[in-house]
Design a protein around this ligand. Sequence first.
Ligand code: PLP
Length: 241
Amino acid sequence: MTRPVDVQERASSSLWDRYKAILESVRRTSDSTGKNSSSASVLAVSKTRSINEIGALAQLGQTDFGENYVSEAIPKIIEFSSHSMNWHFIGTVQSNKTKPIAQHFDWVQSVDREHIAWRLNEARRNCGAIGPLNVCIQVNIDDESTKSGVSIGFLPDLVQRVQEMPYLRLRGLMAIPRMQSNPENSRSAFSNLYELFQSLKPAASDCWDTLSMGMTSDYQIAIEEGSTMVRLGTALFGPRA
Ligand SMILES: *Cc1c(COP(=O)(O)O)cnc(C)c1O
């Protein structure tokens, strides 16, 4: 009977060590850049992770979790409905999933078309008194044909349109730069995103405060270039199966 407890304790203490180290590294890197007044926040990307793994991290104080697939996410969100957690949808939004997304999530970081924004707005309108849905517009920063995200040329117009939707609260931009073997090669994409984020600020409302960029392999570089939110899966939970 004692062995499983030991194993469990060892597992959670290593999670704590890892979590503490990541928070410390995010804080230190944020302090070293003059681009933002406060430290970048950490979104725990929990796709493929179990209820137990998510619960363990929540117990350490993590509040924001990101999921890519609606059917995988909803049972998790329901399981933790009595906790005060914020759930971010970060996958591709299919138009037939806008209703459950608007109903269950607090944020959608991957809005990239007016049609999707409009459907989310209408679905949120019908959710009763839960307030507007926080959204970011996903930018296809390297103009990759295989990737979601609005191209830069259409971004100002989409910002304008989303801004007009009363059940969406436009918070900023999200992007996933092209995969690089050396994360240093993503620096210019991050820096371009930061410039875009700044340049759209005057046109956006006063809740334009989120630049979601940086993952496990490149989050420090993203923070150095002005990220306000890093999305970390592997760094927190270990490699995905
Ligand atoms: C999976 C995923 C992440 C996290 O990736 P890691 O490399 O495990 O940190 C971040 N953002 C998005 C959009 C993802 O799909």
